[in-house]
Design a protein around this ligand. Structure first.
Ligand SMILES: [Zn+2]
Length: 431
């Protein structure tokens, strides 16, 4: 089972100065930066997924989803995705490069943002090894399996568009001499309709299916979908899970013949999750999570800046507390301070992230108490000391500090590495 990371142009400055919070001298975005697969060995994933909607602006594509500039798009097509992502050479020659359309970006639009012809050309020019036909997301998944007549016309239309596109797409890929392995996207409003879509795609000639619309579903619902699909398709037909947000529960999915899945959650949780920011391998083979220690830059944090502007906090006072929190965490790491004193310094600064949020003192005290317990656990266990990944070896305690993109993204890359190891173990155990 291959784990693909969905590329969102995640790279870090290898020479970042953590003590002074400064980029390396003369650093140029992308050119001086490194991707996780460049500085971590082994790479923390088995392949990359690139969404066309992140690269190319089109009618119906939300502007916020386009991450590539026009020049970057041109370079990606001219040099190929492998070279652009610096994901080539003997080390990565077998790594999967999957293209999809990024259907989330045009989900509000009545039809997909790209026609099959344009998509085939894009995948071919960019040199993907695998490519998914342009699909249209259906969000509802009714486990009671309502009939086609019982669902909205808009849903039926999405179902039909996805299949009609897939037929045209496959024909074009065959005519081009199969420059990449085509994947047929499965969309449906229920396990049964998804199984029907999978069956039709297989009959068209697809050998590899991409199951979509799983993002909002719970583990049991995903299992119901996979069971229904597996019952309708050949055992050798391969399956990819698109945007698999339940990747941490991969143990529950080893029996469905899944060839690959993509997820961004290990990286994203490093800075978007309330408390599970740092992944660790638990002794029982399960993943464990730690909260990162939030010490934002006082002069860059929106909430703190607001407080300063309104005259609630003094900038000087905040900077002093911020300094003290950082110093204590680093001293604690060296064995020169206690967990209690460190927690005290961290919370003394942290309280300003809550004060002034309008919820009232009692509520704020409760929230602070909760955070203090989580931070205390992180300090007690010092998980960064037992991790041997390139990030933790290189920057030590800085990885656990929630502050600026260079720390937060590195923590995300550490999470990818821990997750990738966890996945290999899980697969071995299941075999
Ligand atoms: Zn690590």
């Amino acid at each position: 089972m291959k784990f693909l990371y969905s590329d969102t142009q995640d790279y870090v400055d290898p020479g970042y100065d953590f003590l002074n919070d400064r980029s390396s001298p003369g650093r140029e975005r992308y050119w001086s930066d490194v991707y996780a697969h460049e500085f971590m060995d082994p790479a923390p994933y088995d392949g990359l997924l690139v969404s066309m909607s992140a690269v190319r602006q089109a009618t119906g594509v939300a502007a916020s989803k386009v991450r590539y500039s026009t020049r970057e798009e041109q370079r990606l097509l001219r040099d190929g995705a492998r070279r652009f992502l610096r994901y080539g050479g003997p080390r990565f020659k077998d790594a999967m490069l999957l293209g999809d359309c990024g259907a989330f970006a045009y989900v509000e639009h009545p039809v997909p943002a790209y026609a099959p012809e344009e998509v085939v050309e894009f995948y071919t020019e960019a040199g993907f090894t695998h490519g998914i036909s342009p699909d249209h997301i259906i969000f509802d998944c009714d486990l009671a399996n309502p009939s086609e007549r019982a669902v909205d016309a808009a849903i039926r239309q999405r179902f039909a568009i996805t299949l009609a596109n897939a037929e045209v797409f496959l024909g074009l890929v065959k005519r081009e001499g199969m420059p990449f392995e085509p994947l047929g996207p499965v969309q449906g409003w229920s396990p049964k309709s998804m199984a029907e879509a999978a069956h039709r795609l297989e009959r068209m000639g697809y050998r590899y299916l991409a199951i979509g619309g799983l993002v909002p579903l719970k583990v049991d619902a995903i299992k119901a979908v996979l069971t229904a699909i597996r019952e309708r398709i050949r055992p050798e037909t391969e399956i990819h899970l698109l945007g698999f947000a339940k990747a941490d529960s991969i143990r529950e999915f080893t029996g469905f013949g899944i060839t690959s899945f993509d997820s961004t959650s290990p990286l994203i949780r490093a800075f978007k999750d309330e408390k599970a920011n740092y992944y660790s391998e638990g002794s029982d083979g399960r993943l464990e999570y730690y909260t990162a220690i939030r010490i934002p830059q006082a002069t860059e944090n929106a909430r703190l800046m607001q407080g300063i502007k309104r005259g609630q906090f003094s900038a000087e006072d905040l900077l002093r507390r911020e300094r003290r929190a950082l110093d204590e965490v680093r001293a604690y790491d060296r064995g020169a301070s206690s967990a209690e004193a460190t927690l005290d310094a961290v919370m003394d600064y942290h309280q300003f992230l809550l004060r002034g949020d309008g919820t009232g003192a009692a509520q704020q005290d409760k929230a602070l108490h909760k955070t203090a317990a989580l931070v205390h656990r992180t300090l007690e266990h010092q998980p960064w000391k037992s991790c041997n990944c390139a990030v933790c070896r290189d920057i030590g305690v800085e990885v656990i500090i929630f502050r600026s993109s260079n720390r937060n993204k590195r923590r995300g890359m550490h999470n990818l590495a821990v997750y990738h190891r966890h996945l290999s173990k899980t697969i071995k155990e299941a075999a």
